[in-house]
Design a protein around this ligand. Structure first.
Ligand SMILES: [Zn+2]
Length: 226
């Protein structure tokens, strides 16, 4: 179950956040006062990262999910409760185990109980994996993703699109024909061109089919997991 593609997708968010912070820092160094783009994809676009670097980031994220986060969750599922025992069992450094446990806690897919040892007066934290939270989070995320993709598909299917030949804007007929545009690019004044969006529509449909397929197989696994 924990190797399911949608589970991995959710877990990769945890590490993606770190990379996003790094890219934001880099953006600030290069562009100083310009507003920072939201989201990983927009940051990557704005920084014009070379494909080798994208591949490297992608590999690192996969590596963290497969070799750090997944073994930690598997330990929790196996009933191992403390960070020290998890570190011992998985061979992952204790500080990293702790860091990841708190990231899982932020996503609400891990929780802990604190108790005081009556003899030493030390606090122990016993961790627990929140399976139901993971399942409901994936359900919610996928529903949001699918409704966004379907809205996008509808917009593409029901409109004609016009683009600046230099890539400054892409707008539908209503916007292109209104008073502000009059079929001219607001950035460079070049005439906007009609764009055949058949390929965009095909890609969106393929993407929707893929997400639906992943979701179906996730739901089937959940039934046997409960
Ligand atoms: Zn233009």
């Amino acid at each position: 179950m924990i190797d399911d593609i949608l589970v991995k997708k959710l877990l990769s968010q945890i590490v993606k956040k770190d990379y996003e912070e790094n890219l934001k820092k880099r953006f600030r160094e290069v562009y100083l006062d310009e507003p920072i783009p939201e989201g990983m994809d927009n940051l990557i676009g704005a920084l014009e990262l070379p494909p080798e670097e994208l591949q490297l980031i992608d590999n690192n994220i996969q590596d963290s999910v497969d070799n750090t986060i997944t073994p930690i969750i598997k330990s929790l599922i196996d009933g191992i409760e403390t960070d020290e025992e998890i570190a011992e069992k998985t061979g992952i450094k204790l500080n990293i185990v702790r860091k990841m446990l708190y990231k899982l806690y932020d996503l609400k897919i891990a929780n802990y109980k604190r108790s005081k040892d009556p003899e030493t007066q030390w606090f122990t934290y016993s961790w627990k994996f929140e399976k139901d939270e993971l399942i409901s989070k994936i359900k919610k995320d996928t529903e949001i993703e699918l409704s966004k993709l379907n809205a996008q598909l509808e917009e593409e299917e029901q409109n004609m699109f016009f683009v600046c030949p230099y890539g400054h804007v892409r707008v539908n007929f209503d916007v292109a024909s209104d008073y502000d545009y009059q079929f001219l690019c607001p950035a460079c004044d070049e005439e906007l061109e009609f764009q055949d969006n058949a390929e965009i529509i095909e890609n969106l449909k393929a993407n929707i089919a893929m997400v639906e397929n992943d979701y179906d197989s996730f739901i089937k696994k959940v039934e046997s997991w409960l």
